[in-house]
Structures are given as structure tokens and as C-alpha cells.
Write a protein that binds this ligand. Structure first.
Ligand code: ADP
Length: 444
């Protein structure tokens, strides 16, 4: 390696390439993989749980991201090691399938890497049914406490999910909740048009006439239209939104019950959408304007409007909302829950420990090592909350065994009880299962 300086005097390191790099094998390779896993774990560990800390990440081109979302952190880390890359993949997969629990996957996986057993041994995971569905579901206190978001974000998210949920089919299409993109209303531009070409004039005339004939009172266009058309529309008192993104146009069509027509000749009265009120709103001192389309025929498309002091806050809020939407959606898909605060991991750990006794050979060591991996989650939660990790874990573990009750976990917020049921701290069963499943996948 050699130290050099660029034209601005900034130091950089020149690494002499390939010939010095040798492929490592066997024990050395295993050690390298374990230490890569550990390095990732160290980074994620302090972000786990309600008292986890945010991380500030800087991209090579200087962009800053502030987050405590495991998937985002791993995504932005430029990792080189294969095991580390696998962990990034697993976290991404948890994000894709479940949308939450990504820090837990990354962290738990790195711990689980130390053991080599099949997680099918974990059969004693106690699950509970979450029965709170119905029209007043969003009032349910349990759902409001749903991790990982604050009550207000949770409420917004639950409302949004319920508005678009298909409760009969137990499914939620999150595509119906999408952030808006920018669009502009161009009805107040006053421009003089002279010397309009005859043909164009007729074309636009026909177009506007057609819109009016079918009874349209507002025109929304995806790819924008000419100034001339805009002028004519304005002239004929037909308000128009000149440019809307494809996704938004689809959502507007769904919400208003309208049909998107590729050519205005295809317009018919039945294809028109309906909304009670369309208004434009501007915010504070910013020049941003938003178009509100309200009282729609079909309310199965919603928009969550996020505002914030800076881009980083908005991005992190978006991520939190995404997690919250996923938790609410997962509960609609499958209402089984396990209790959180590490209580599920502790009960699994106890179960695995008991099971390990049945294996007389060296396997027992590997099985026991997996209990360490499970214990790592409650330990990290305790540590991040300022508690003594080992003492707290052993106290909660013995409490679970003594009282034969799997609700006990880590009282991260110092509420005064470590009964997670009493605290309403729970996680979806499918989320937890997927976490353990993905960790298991890495081991095979
Ligand atoms: P992930 O990205 O894995 O979801 P989080 O940072 O959201 O990571 O932390 C999730 C962990 O924090 C889970 O084990 C969950 O049970 C625990 N947790 C969340 N809220 C509480 C709470 N109020 N008390 C105790 N544990 C909590």
C-alpha cells in the first residue's frame, strides 16, 4: 500500500493489486466469514429495538441517510465479503416479503452463523391469534401499539391499509398507497396565441368539444399536452391537469372509477370518473402545490401525505410508514402474533435448550450454540435500553421457566412490567417465522 495525494492535497491509498491477494481457504476462510458477520452485527446491534439508535450513513457522493432500519443500513453498506453480501440479501428478502424485522434478521443471522442446526427444532414457539378485525379495527389499542412506529404513524398506516384492504380475501395491495409525485395545474396561465395553424386548431377544437360532449368537467392527462390545447381548454372553461405520472393516473382512475383512454376519440360518458371535489392547495411559504381529488366514487386508493423539515426526515418517515403498512397488512393476511421484546426468542431458546438434551453427541454443542443466537436478540434489546444484558436475560429466562409463561420479555421502555402481553408489544408470527427461516437459510 502506498499513500498518495490528489490535486487538492487529499490523501488516498493505493493498494497494490492482485499478486498480493491470495485466496484464503479452510479455517482461515471460515474465520474471515465469521468476522465479517460479526462486523455487520456490531453495526446493526445498537439500532435494534425501541431504544435503538439511528445511524448516519454517507454515500460516496456525499448523500446522507439517517435511519435505524436494518435493510436500509445494509443496503447502503458497500460490503465485499460473501457472507456479508448474503446477509444484505436476507435482510432485503425480509423487507420484500414482510416489510419489517430487517434489523432482527441481519443481527440474528450473524449470531446464528455460529451454530449449525436446523431450525425445525424450534417447534414450541407459542403463538396467539390477534382477533381485532372489523370496521373499528383501527381503534383497537393493540394495533396502535404495533411496533415499530409511534402511535400517530401507526394510526395513519392502519387507516390507509384498512381503506384499501380486501378483508374477505385477507389481502392488501400496498400499491394502492403510493406517495404522490409532482403535478401541475395549468388552468391559470394566460398566454396569447396567434397564428394558430388551421389544422391544429381544428384538432384541438375537436378534442375539447369531445370532452365537453361526453360531460367531462375536468381533464387529466398523463403525458402533457400542447400549450395550444391548454389555451383552448382554458378558453372553453374546461379545467385541466396537464401532466400526471402514470402510477398516479392509474390511482386516480381507480379512485374515481374512470377509465384511462389512450385517445380522446374513445371518450364516452361511461368512461368518466367521478369525484365530489377537486382543489389545489399550497403549503406554508413553500411554492409546492398539491392537487386534492376528494369524495371519490371508490375510496380504495389512498395517499399519505408526508411533510418534513428536510429530505432525510421525510425519507426515514417514509421508511417507518412502509414498515407500519407492512405490519398492518401482515396482520390482515395472518392474524397470528408472537409477543415481542425478545420474549419469543427467549421461549424458543428455552425450547431448543431442552431439545438439545436429547442429543447425546457433539451435535448438542451446535444446538446449544443456536440458543446463544436466539438469546442475542433480547440481550441486544436489554443493552440498547441501558440494562445489564446477561443479568436481564437470565432473570427473564428463569421467570419464563418458573411461571411457565412465555410473555415475559425485555422492558425496554422501563414501563415497570416485563409482561409483553400487558405492554401490548407483539410481532406478527409470519414476520418472526420469516426472520428465523432466513437465518436458517444462511446456515444451510
Ligand atoms: P427490526 O428492523 O428488526 O424490526 P426494530 O429496531 O424495529 O428492528 O426492533 C424490533 C425489536 O424491538 C423486536 O424484537 C421487538 O419485539 C422489540 N420491541 C419493539 N418495541 C418494544 C417495546 N416497546 N418494548 C420491548 N421491545 C420492543
Amino acid at each position: 500500500m502506498a499513500l498518495a495525494f490528489d490535486e487538492y492535497g487529499r490523501p488516498f491509498i493505493i493498494v497494490k493489486e492482485q499478486e498480493q491477494k491470495t485466496r484464503i481457504r479452510g479455517l482461515e476462510a471460515q474465520k474471515a466469514n465469521i468476522s465479517a458477520g460479526k462486523a455487520i452485527a456490531r453495526i446493526l446491534r445498537t439500532s435494534l429495538g425501541p431504544k435503538g439508535m439511528d445511524k448516519m450513513l454517507q454515500s460516496p457522493d456525499g448523500d446522507i441517510t439517517i435511519t435505524n432500519d436494518g435493510a436500509t443500513m445494509l443496503e447502503q453498506m458497500d460490503v465485499d465479503n460473501q457472507i456479508a453480501k448474503l446477509m444484505v440479501e436476507l435482510s432485503r428478502s425480509q423487507d420484500y416479503e414482510i416489510g419489517d424485522g430487517t434489523t432482527g434478521v441481519g443481527w440474528g443471522t450473524s449470531r446464528a452463523g455460529r451454530a449449525t442446526i436446523r431450525t425445525s427444532l424450534i417447534s414450541d414457539l407459542v403463538t396467539y391469534k390477534f382477533r381485532a378485525f372489523g370496521s373499528n379495527m383501527h381503534d383497537h389499542p393493540v394495533l396502535k401499539n404495533c411496533k415499530p412506529v409511534q402511535v400517530c404513524l401507526a394510526e395513519i398506516s392502519v387507516k390507509a391499509v384498512l381503506s384499501v384492504a380486501d378483508l374477505e380475501r385477507k389481502d392488501v395491495n400496498l400499491d394502492l398507497i403510493k406517495p404522490k409525485t409532482k403535478h401541475k395545474v395549468e388552468i391559470d396561465t394566460v398566454e396569447k396565441f396567434q397564428n394558430l395553424r388551421q389544422q391544429e386548431q381544428k384538432y384541438f377544437d375537436d378534442m375539447v368539444q369531445k370532452c365537453k360532449d361526453v360531460g367531462a368537467t375536468l381533464v387529466i392527462c398523463q403525458w402533457g399536452f400542447d400549450d395550444e390545447a391548454n389555451h383552448l381548454l382554458m378558453h372553453r372553461n374546461l379545467p385541466a391537469v396537464r401532466w400526471v405520472g402514470g402510477v398516479e393516473l392509474e390511482l386516480i382512475a381507480i379512485a374515481t372509477g374512470g377509465r384511462i383512454v389512450p385517445r380522446f376519440q374513445e371518450l364516452t360518458p361511461e368512461k368518466l370518473g367521478r369525484a365530489g371535489l377537486v382543489r389545489e392547495k399550497s403549503f406554508g411559504t413553500t411554492k409546492d402545490k398539491m392537487l386534492y381529488i376528494e369524495q371519490c366514487a371508490n375510496s380504495k386508493a389512498v395517499t399519505i401525505f408526508i411533510r418534513g423539515g428536510n429530505k432525510m426526515m421525510i425519507e426515514e418517515t417514509k421508511r417507518s410508514i412502509h414498515d407500519a403498512l407492512c405490519v398492518a397488512r401482515n396482520l390482515i393476511r395472518n392474524n397470528s402474533i408472537v409477543y415481542g421484546g425478545g420474549s419469543a426468542e427467549i421461549s424458543c431458546s428455552v425450547a431448543v435448550e431442552t431439545a438439545s438434551d436429547k442429543y447425546p453427541g457433539v451435535e448438542q454443542y451446535a444446538i446449544r450454540a443456536f440458543t446463544d443466537a436466539l438469546d442475542a436478540i433480547p440481550m441486544a434489546l436489554a443493552e440498547n435500553s441501558g440494562l445489564q444484558p446477561i443479568e436481564t436475560l437470565s432473570a427473564v429466562k428463569s421467570q419464563q421457566i418458573k411461571e411457565n409463561d412465555t410473555h415475559f420479555g425485555i422492558d425496554c421502555n422501563d414501563v415497570g412490567t416485563n409482561d409483553m402481553r400487558a405492554q401490548n408489544v407483539f410481532e406478527t408470527l409470519i414476520g418472526k417465522q420469516q426472520q428465523i427461516y432466513l437465518q436458517h437459510k444462511l446456515l444451510r
